[in-house]
Design a protein around this ligand. Structure first.
Ligand code: CTP
Length: 426
């Protein structure tokens, strides 16, 4: 798996000869693990067909602001962040803007850069760029004179000022026969630059353990106790931590998810196995995040053979499992310790209780119930700390995980700095 696993990239293609490279860019982004949706401007369709980009991206291409026919006809097979249909009719630009983790416009023509710099919303692509909160990057491609023109350069200065990343252009011979700056970067370079945008370096040099998924507590060789955790949130947290520069050990109960790229994944079944794996690695860990839905109890006895039915009722005796999170928080020194709380009611109060009882640094609480929490692709979190409460609103778990890691990185640094400060005080 590559460096863009689970990333959602909205690729804008504008009118320019370099549009022929867009198909290769889509292919390479997908090879790196990303999901790609394409928006074409009217000019782009003069250079490459929507059919080509549909074939390489595996999804219908978006072209028009108010194309109700296309919306109604092609929503089949698209999944939204919430796992439902995407996008809703007549809301396309907003849904696309929300769906993406990044908007990349490649090639970006001189005309498109001018419209973007002015904040225009006169077609689907410019409207999405205005409506999105996620990073926008452009890969300019144009004749070298057009690139050097003062108007283009002042548009670029405006775009940079507005936080838009400019990828390239490269120098060299151009389709028009001239030589100079204005060639679009090669697709492989674009993939690298896009993955760099996700790399924050906030956790550089730190080691983190994340527990994830459910546990399986054996009753007999064919039965066991488990829960509805899918592992998605824990895996997303592990991936976000890697992007932030951490060395990550993911200790996972049984899930159907593949091992995340660049993460050391240790698969376990029971709470006791998870406890053992955590304590085998935790000493060298700076941050511990317990996302796993660990069974509080296990059958007191494991039957060696399949249990046969006999009486009308049956009693299963259960024994308490060790509390992994509390045991980590009790270490001296303890890593920065974060717990999760999945609750159906009194979210903040329950989270605060766990924060105190287990002596944690932070509890990330989420509401669970029908259609919420376990198994879904979207969630929200309430971050409860001793002094503060922060709300991370409902969003895809991948984005939520990044926001959580960003918050934890800041708190970790603040705590470390405070400790050093206290130690040094005479
Ligand atoms: N946890 C753990 N080991 C356990 C049980 C839970 O590490 N044996 C961790 C989970 O990974 C999560 C947090 O503790 O981070 C959940 O706290 P907990 O109080 O166990 O939640 P519930 O089981 O929901 O508690 P209760 O039913 O008592 O409210």
């Amino acid at each position: 798996m590559g460096t863009l696993t689970n990333k959602r990239i909205l690729l804008g293609v504008t009118g320019g000869i370099a549009a022929y490279k867009s198909a290769d860019a889509v292919r390479r982004l997908r090879e790196a693990g990303a999901e790609v949706r394409v928006i074409m401007t009217a000019g782009a369709t003069e250079f490459i067909t929507a059919l080509t980009l549909q074939a390489v991206s595996g999804h219908p291409v978006y072209q028009h602001m108010f194309d109700t026919g296309a919306e109604a006809g092609d929503v089949q097979g698209r999944t939204s962040a919430a796992g439902g249909r995407m996008p809703r009719a007549a809301m396309e630009h907003i849904d696309l803007a929300r769906w993406a983790d990044i908007v990349l416009v490649a090639p970006a023509s001189a005309n498109f850069l001018a419209r973007l710099a002015q904040g225009r919303a006169d077609d689907l692509l410019t409207t999405v760029c205005l409506a999105t909160e996620v990073p926008v990057a452009v890969a300019p491609a144009m004749n070298q004179q057009m690139w050097s023109n003062a108007a283009t350069q002042s548009n670029l200065a405006m775009l940079k000022k507005n936080g838009i990343s400019i990828f390239g252009p490269a120098e060299g011979s151009q389709a028009c026969g001239e030589v100079g700056p204005g060639r679009m970067l090669e697709p492989a370079d674009l993939v690298k630059l896009v993955s760099d945008l996700f790399t924050t370096g906030e956790l550089d040099g730190l080691t983190m353990i994340v527990t994830a998924g459910p546990t399986w507590e054996t009753i007999d060789p064919v039965r066991g106790l488990t829960n509805r955790s899918s592992g998605k949130m824990g895996y997303a947290v592990a991936e976000a931590a890697v992007e932030a520069g951490a060395r990550v050990i993911l200790i996972s109960g049984p899930t159907s998810l593949p091992d995340p790229a660049r993460v050391q994944t240790i698969r376990v079944e029971s709470a006791q196995e998870m406890y053992d794996a955590v304590h085998a690695h935790v000493r060298a860990t700076n941050i511990f995040i317990g996302v796993a839905a660990v069974a509080d109890y296990r059958p007191a006895q494991k039957a060696g053979n399949k249990i046969k039915k006999t009486d009308e009722t049956m009693t299963l005796e259960l024994t308490r499992n060790p509390d992994i999170l509390a045991s980590v928080a009790a270490l001296k020194p303890a890593p920065f310790t974060v717990g999760f709380a999945a609750e159906t009611e009194d979210l903040e109060q329950q989270a605060r209780q766990k924060l105190k009882n287990k002596n944690l640094d932070l509890v990330a609480a989420n509401r669970v119930g029908p259609g919420l929490g376990f198994g879904t692709d979207e969630s929200s979190l309430l971050l409860v700390e001793h002094e503060t409460v922060t709300e991370l609103p409902i969003q895809p778990k991948t984005k939520l995980a990044r926001a959580l890691i960003h918050h934890i990185a800041a708190r970790y640094r603040a705590k470390k700095f405070a400790t050093v400060h206290v130690l040094r005080r005479p």
